[in-house]
Design a protein around this ligand. Structure first.
Ligand code: BTN
Length: 321
């Protein structure tokens, strides 16, 4: 009921909503509303009350609130349960544990802070408290392991579309799944698969979005190459909105993928890519590949046209240049 009050106040866009309207809509007394408003204030909501005009939402808590998250996620049938943690080593670890215990597809773990956030290639992922979206969701696609990279690309497309919807930023995807603004990284995606006999048992899709970090949150060596939505956009963003926007896009694309395969995702990825048609040097497990990426293969590999004109499919690599 309290989350419904917040929802109603939010729809007013900062204007007052009369106690009478709330009372009629929820079928509770004006005194009961007042008590709920007091409880919401204890959670960190700033609500201004006027005898004549009613209530007005003046500010929201900086911490994520589970009830608000659930309200915002209710349009997405994909998320079946949400675990919100204050602090964890890595949400990927927490989600993996849940997956091993049998948790269903669509189980989501979010943490205010990660003490040992993981990036690709064994790197650290900076995850300060209250500043970003650090989350992992369990996927249980009926898929052969070789197609797992397609889901990494799908996740990048969903995130790129969500962040473009919420900001005016020019965001592009650097292969395979980094989102860049002006050449600087704004988010990271780490999909970890567990398989049996080459069939996927589950995938943990870990997503890190640098939402409200400031320059000071980054160590010196990352300042030129990493950024946040707040730094680029010039204002704070509501992390709950970011999470909800992502899952709206993810659900749409995941359903499309299950119905029509990788081809539509491939087209969307290619349109958002900042990697294609620019010369690149890739360090792959099999050695260095120099050439120009020209597209994605059916299985989600990057097709690179080498300097000698031949083509090679690259599944994983570190880019330079
Ligand atoms: C990368 O770009 O290197 C991938 C970064 C992935 C970070 C996210 S944050 C949530 C989830 N938990 C982790 O430990 N890592 C991922």
């Amino acid at each position: 009921m309290s989350s419904r009050i917040i929802e109603m106040l939010e729809q007013q866009d900062g204007q007052y909503l009369s106690g009478e309207t709330i009372s009629k809509e929820l079928g509770i007394s004006r005194t009961a509303i007042w008590k709920k408003i007091k409880k919401l204030e204890e959670l960190g909501y700033q609500i201004e009350a006027s005898r004549r005009l009613g209530y007005r939402l003046a500010g929201k808590p900086s911490k994520l609130i589970l009830s608000e998250l659930l309200t915002k996620l209710k349009d997405t049938s994909f998320i079946c349960s949400v675990k919100l943690l204050d602090s964890v080593d890595s949400t990927n670890n927490a989600a993996q544990q849940l997956a091993e215990d049998g948790a269903a597809e669509g189980t989501l773990v979010i943490a205010e802070q990660q003490t040992n956030g993981r990036g690709r290639m064994g790197r650290n992922w900076i995850s300060p408290a209250g500043k970003g979206v650090w989350m992992s969701v369990i996927l249980r696609p009926s898929l052969s392991l070789q197609f797992a990279p397609q889901l990494t690309l799908l996740t990048a497309v969903a995130l790129c579309r969500a962040l473009k919807e919420l900001t005016t930023l020019d965001i592009g995807i650097k292969w395979p799944n980094d989102l860049l603004v002006d050449g600087k990284k704004i988010s990271g995606i780490l999909l970890e698969s567990t398989a049996e006999d080459e069939r996927i048992r589950y995938i943990i899709a870990g997503i890190g979005i640098s939402v409200n970090l400031t320059e000071e949150d980054y160590p010196e060596e990352l300042r030129g190459i990493a950024t946040s939505l707040r730094i680029e956009q010039g204002n704070e963003l509501d992390r709950t909105e970011v999470i909800a926007a992502f899952f709206r896009q993810f659900e749409l694309l995941y359903t499309l993928y299950q119905q029509e395969g990788f081809s539509p995702i491939q087209t969307l990825w290619e349109a958002l890519s900042v990697t294609l048609h620019k010369p690149v040097k890739l360090t792959t497990p099999a050695g260095v590949v120099e050439g120009t990426p020209i597209g994605l293969s059916e299985s989600g590999a990057l097709i690179v046209q080498k300097l000698d004109g031949s083509q090679v499919n690259v599944f994983s690599a570190v880019t330079s240049g």
